[in-house]
Design a binder for this molecule. Structure first.
Ligand code: G
Ligand code: G
Ligand code: MN
Ligand code: NA
Length: 253
């Protein structure tokens, strides 16, 4: 396929680019972080979204290299912002299951050393499926990452087929409530109950919480009233290029 051949060259041709979606602390009234999301600037087809090329990259064995590029580029962006007097307190990067190998923490450490970024700024987003693959290997690998000083977040929380026991066994910092729960919360009493329970559980376990995919004021109101005060979603901003994120990082007036 043409797209496959092009994807092989995308990294070396500098065609990959990161967009950033802000995470807003609605109590503090400021952007506390951003999720870095990869796009492919195809020379003929224009901007290609991840759902069209991430699965392809995984099949082709390219995702590890592309994922490392994402981590390095996100760290370099934090440095570029800092040089311009703009503070991005946290940048979250998605980690593919195929990237999460025993050597992953060494690669992350190398990137942190190379870029000199404060490890506390980097957050890694892993899905339940990624960390539950082999639990003893995961405990080790997550421990190594934690020891580097990076923070660890469970992406799409609540959609995996995992037991909840991993939440206390793994060294985690944050849960991202999947968008589907946010949608259901304002549509049914059962949906609302689930979100209240997730918030209570996160608070009890000392985990931070981010509500994903908040699109409406009704969802925003429910989430903040329930105690899920950090939100990420189209209501505040879609993923945007770095130069459009910068103005959002200044304190609101
Ligand atoms: O905005 P959105 O369409 O950007 O993202 C779609 C999906 O692509 C998300 O589920 C996200 O996890 C995935 N994705 C985006 N960027 C990356 C990346 O750098 N690495 C990996 N592994 N997945 C990514
Ligand atoms: O890694 P993850 O699957 O969580 O990636 C986030 C995905 O959710 C990206 O594709 C991003 O563009 C998308 N997204 C972010 N905010 C919203 C939103 O408010 N509504 C919808 N439908 N999608 C969103
Ligand atoms: Mn994510
Ligand atoms: Na998600």
């Amino acid at each position: 396929l043409a797209l496959e051949n092009d994807l092989r060259k995308a990294l070396e041709n500098n065609e990959l680019v990161l967009f950033y979606q802000p995470q807003v602390d609605t109590q503090a009234g400021k952007v506390v972080g951003a999720e870095a999301l990869m796009r492919w600037r195809h020379p003929e087809q224009g901007l290609i979204p991840p759902f069209r090329f991430i699965p392809l990259a995984e099949e082709m064995g390219l995702i590890a290299a592309m994922g490392e590029w994402t981590i390095r580029e996100a760290c370099n962006q934090v440095k570029r912002f800092a040089a311009a007097g703009v503070v991005l307190p946290k940048v979250a990067v998605n980690v593919s299951a195929l990237q999460f190998t025993p050597s992953f923490s060494r690669k992350v450490r190398a990137i942190l050393e190379e870029t000199g970024v404060d490890p506390g700024v980097l957050e890694l987003e892993l899905t339940e499926g990624v960390v539950m693959g082999d639990t003893s290997t995961s405990v080790q690998a997550l421990g190594e990452l934690r020891d580097l000083g990076v923070s660890l977040s469970i992406d799409d929380f609540g959609t995996g087929y995992s037991s909840l026991s991993y939440l206390s066994r793994f060294p985690l910092d944050e849960l991202k409530i999947d968008r589907s729960f946010v949608v259901d919360a304002v549509e049914s009493e059962e949906g609302a109950s689930l979100v209240r329970a997730i918030v209570a559980m996160a608070q009890g376990l000392g985990l931070k919480l981010v509500a994903e995919g908040v699109e409406t004021l009704e969802q925003y109101d429910f989430m903040t009233a329930t105690g899920a005060t950090v939100i990420q979603g189209y209501l505040f901003s879609p993923p945007v290029p770095a130069d459009e994120l910068a103005p959002l990082l200044s304190p609101w007036h």
